[in-house]
Design a protein around this ligand. Sequence first.
Ligand code: FAD
Length: 457
Amino acid sequence: MTSTVASRTETDAGPALRHSDTVARVLLAVIAAGAAAVLLLWWNDTGTIIGAAQWITNGARLCGLLAGYTAPVLVLLMSRIPLLDRTLGTDRLARWHAMGGRYMVGLVASHVTLIIWGYSLTDDSNVVHQTTQIVFHYPDMLKATCGTLLLFTVAAVSARAARRRLRYETWYYLHLATYVSIFLVFFHQLSNGDEFLRDQAARACWYTLYLGAAAVILCFRFALPARDALRHRLRVAEVRTEAPGVVSVFVTGRHLDELVARTRPGQFFRWRFLVPGLAWAANPYSLSAPPNDGYLRLTVKERGGHSGALAALRPGTRVLAEGPYGAFTAARRSRPKVLLLAGGVGITPLRALFETLPAEPGDLTLVYRASRAEDLVFREELDTVAAARGATVHYLVGTRAEIGEPLQTRTLLGLLPDLREHDVYLCGPAGLVATAREALDTAGVPARRIHHESFEF
Ligand SMILES: Cc1cc2nc3c(=O)[nH]c(=O)nc-3n(C[C@H](O)[C@H](O)[C@H](O)COP(=O)(O)OP(=O)(O)OC[C@H]3O[C@@H](n4cnc5c(N)ncnc54)[C@H](O)[C@@H]3O)c2cc1C
């Protein structure tokens, strides 16, 4: 049974998925090779280890070195390098970043604990005395201690439960504090690490790694968005109410054709509206219509401060749009038949794909789930596109109390008996996505043919 699934998934992959797998493998191999080089650095600098104190201190050194290596790697994963972002997808990179972040915090905590313990044993002193000695008398250790405490604070805030209680921009800016933390911690590695004190080549490599990561961040997160802002001078053209609590913002600007040429339906931008109260936040919203030379459209459901304020935007408001980002595009698709499965405001990227995904009449289906009929947005547009393309739209409307669980395998197979032959593009609230994945799995759709855009990283 396992082999059947394996062989089916092997042959299922379209060119974009194969390319994305190759990029993922190469990237992971490069990261692993870097980690191996770090181990080698430690090995070369370490003689015979004798006694518990030395074992513990060397454990601390290893954890510290690996944590020091992980920090710039994690920063690079989120630096919005276009090749990585468009092939692997922002949400996949964010998942790797979050997982790597947990490892790094574990490594740093182990490094701190083991170093204090090891030094206490070596000096035969108590832990409190040793901690004070390390923090106040070793070079650059006060800075490193502040950086480490900052890192632990960010880690606590990033935990899922804590994050849900924070506004998006609070979480975002606190997260940026890790750059400060990495900067503060950097120097103690070079001034205390034996391998860097003795080996100038290792020192040069470490500088290159950190300065290289900083340069990539400056380029892709600051310089290129600034260049785009000057070139396109985007402005709000119109704000239109689509449904209760849902508005579309039409954005126009200069040389839009250039922006359109590098944007794919299904992608998103980080939007910053230059009005008081919104200018500090760049929130992610997908394009809800295929980009065209006249305008870019985003459609937003009120959820909190940023999304709720967009209804009050005035035409002419200046806009900065960073992007396009994401790999939720037609390139992912591997089969002629496609099901687009949307829940609530998750319709936005699927609306753009519904109009543009290449498909023969009869091969494209959109299933759109909403609790109330008035929550459905773009109904007229969707019906028009469906009629023009020979595609099908099914609206699954009603609360669970009224219609039961609408995304069961049985329901989906009722709509699409050949469901297992489809690629599925999925976007909606986390609960709906989990239910849909289960139903699709039971229906025999392989996981690699389910393409998901998360609104929640
Ligand atoms: C790639 C991507 C594309 C998106 N596209 C759209 C779109 O087309 N239309 C749309 O309406 N929304 C979209 N979103 C979601 C949208 O970005 C957020 O709802 C919005 O930024 C929330 O900001 P706020 O200030 O209104 O709410 P806040 O006050 O910041 O948050 C309100 C509540 O929602 C939670 N929350 C908000 N954003 C997130 C998040 N990203 N992850 C986890 N929890 C969160 C907060 O913790 C809080 O409890 C998208 C998100 C992503 C990541």
